[in-house]
Design a protein around this ligand. Structure first.
Ligand SMILES: Nc1nc2c(ncn2[C@@H]2O[C@H](COP(=O)(O)OP(=O)(O)OP(=O)(O)O)[C@@H](O)[C@H]2O)c(=O)[nH]1
Length: 305
């Protein structure tokens, strides 16, 4: 078999992740042999299990049998394309049918390509490689679109998307989820005293300090707007999140950035909330942050949910 190198630039440097869906294990085995060396291969023999794997493991490409008992390939493809968190997964239908109407139906449902059985391994590899390259490029563009230009941390759009995904996960697993909001104190006075360029530099240094406080790969820091930052901490309860917030307060204070507007140094006020579902967490953290402001700034407050 001619060897075609598969792109290795999937998100976070991981190997491309492929999901094989077919109700006949023998077909899955045949495809598994083609991709086992280059890809992380996930397998499912029914549509429901495949959908769950898409939610839990976010494959880059799905090779999907059209005819399956229960949820068939078209239904699964429609489910994926209707979900904002899953619609980026490229779907390639693998089917015994080669009637143009079937192909049109599949492409209309959002499939990226079509492969007919019995398949030629070299052709399948080439087609999957094309989809993996396109997927890696669109992941890169998404990544760039999700970064804040001033500070280099994620932006609010990315936070909102991750909050939705982590909320679903927290509800499913009953794991706690925490949000920390951090706002630079008297930042208007800082800008007024030193100018906007110095203000921008201050925001960059605060962002770097906040980022240094996050240790887990699943923790997320984003610029929420202006001089406000937000952290999403999966699998973290209120006590854990208060600890992270306190470390952030200490770390920014330790920068000892002079703040002429208050005759002291730059501080942040933080609000913390935690719960089993994302809805209301940001609002609760915002309320807590205003409590920290009202209590004198440069401190952490929290609300139980
Ligand atoms: N330099 C700079 N300033 C910004 C940026 N985004 C927002 N700001 C400024 O941040 C200031 C926020 O002011 P306020 O919302 O009144 O809050 P504050 O002065 O920090 O006061 P407290 O939050 O009550 O401590 C405004 O002057 C904004 O212009 C930015 O990207 N760069």
């Amino acid at each position: 078999m001619m060897h075609i190198a598969l792109p290795g630039h999937a998100p976070a440097g991981r190997r491309p992740r492929l999901l094989l869906v077919d109700d006949q294990p023998v077909n899955i085995q045949a495809l598994h042999r083609v991709f086992a060396t280059d890809c992380q291969v996930l397998m499912a023999t029914d549509g429901q299990r495949a959908l769950q794997l898409c939610r839990d493991r976010q494959p880059d490409v799905v090779l999907l049998d059209v005819q399956m008992p229960g949820m068939d390939g078209h239904e699964l493809c429609a489910e994926l394309k209707a979900d904002p968190l899953l619609r980026g997964i490229a779907v390639i239908f693998v089917t015994a049918q080669d009637h143009p109407d079937d192909e049109t139906r599949g492409l209309d449902a959002g499939a990226a390509d079509f492969i007919t059985k019995p398949f030629n391994p070299t052709v399948v590899r080439a087609r999957v490689r094309t989809q993996l390259t396109l997927k890696a490029q669109s992941d890169l563009l998404r990544e760039l679109a999700f970064v804040d230009g001033l500070t280099g941390v994620h932006n609010r759009r990315h936070f909102d998307e991750r909050l939705l995904a982590e909320s679903r996960r927290a509800q499913r697993t009953r794991a706690p989820l925490a949000v920390v909001l951090a706002d630079v104190d008297h930042f208007k006075r800082y800008n007024d005293a030193l100018g906007h360029l110095a203000g921008d530099d201050c925001l960059r240094r605060v962002a770097a300090a906040l980022r240094s406080c996050l240790r887990r790969p699943t923790d997320l820091l984003a610029r929420y707007g202006g001089e406000e930052f937000v952290c999403l901490l999966p699998d973290t309860d209120l006590a854990g999140a208060i600890g992270v917030a306190q470390l952030m307060e200490d770390t920014v204070r330790a920068l000892a950035l002079p703040h002429p507007g208050v005759e002291g140094c730059v501080t942040i006020s933080l609000g913390v909330s935690a719960g089993n579902q994302g809805t209301g967490l940001v609002e609760a953290a915002d309320r807590a942050m205003y409590l920290a402001k009202a209590a004198g700034r440069g401190r952490v407050s929290w609300v139980e949910s």
